[in-house]
Design a protein around this ligand. Sequence first.
Ligand SMILES: [Zn+2]
Ligand SMILES: [Zn+2]
Length: 371
Amino acid sequence: MVYWSWKLRMFPRRLTRAAKSWCGWVRLLIMTLYYNYFTTYMIVMETAAEPMFWFVDHFAKYFGPIFVTLVVVMTTSVVVIFYTCLLPHVYHQDLAWTCFHLVFGHWLLVNIVFHYIMAVFTNPGTPPAKNVPEVVSICKKCISPKPPRTHHCTICKRCILKMDHHCPWLNNCVGHYNHRYFYLFCVYMWCGTIYVSWVGYELFKQHFYGTMLMFFSLFFNHQEVEASGTGDIGALKSQEFTDNQTYLFIGYGHAFYHHAVLYEFILCSGVTFALGLLLFWHTRLIHGGQTSIEVHINQKEVSKFKKKNLVYKNPYNYGWNKNWQVFLGFTDTRSFIRHVLLPSSHLPEGDGLTWHRAHYKYDKDKGLQLL
Ligand SMILES: [Zn+2]
Ligand SMILES: [Zn+2]
């Protein structure tokens, strides 16, 4: 009797153990079907992301023209609204302010248009098929030598010198010859959206809060009319609306003006935020002498070296001051005012085929020091 009761108590435990063992066998069986000694976590991740790569390879080229059209249409609409709605509002202020808006606004506009056109139409740079002075590897897609900092773009289907990324908003790769145009376009566009948001904020406030105010006024007045039982909402409207609300009714007659003011501020403040993040990211990279691709390569190298108790340093980081000089193409004859604050089509330093490498020395007290 004791034996059978013990067997009964042990039954659920034995059943669980058997089920676990059976599941283990099934799992092992499935795993053996696709087991590969060379499979790593990275290969699995790459295989899982393969449909996404396929989609980018086949369709990204069609998005480029759409995105460029979007940039042109949105920028044009913001400029047109600025001229027709915001600038007349600015004229009410004193002459000095009006002059400031005219000069500053047009300076930004010229820089935005110039850098965008140059970024879109400048060839980012491709390595020659032969006579490459320094070869670091062979491109598996082009089957041609790759100079340092060069990467293959799967959308453009070619190798790009000092490739940063493929930008759908430019429908072009960002590389050695148009990196400066791309970055300065982002800078000026960001300043432009901040400027337009700032100029349009007062009008936006009036129209946005005005809309809500009118909505609530209408709603509560309607409730009042219903409660009083007269049904004459028109009488209440004319009696009780304040000056501000009357202005709104006039404004509502100009629906375009009202929507344009809202559109201008919402679009520009949204772009200010999104572009600000992108700009911060690129500024950090340029400051450290890296591209968007190199930052991932360098991170991997740092952790690989760390495991061996070694320190990895980016060979193209010449110190922040020199990094900016190289990036902006500064030489002794070039100045910040002429070549950054004003549109300039000067070429970057070097041909993008060979790159000077930074050297470090080890100091007992200070650690690794840039030479
Ligand atoms: Zn290639
Ligand atoms: Zn590309």
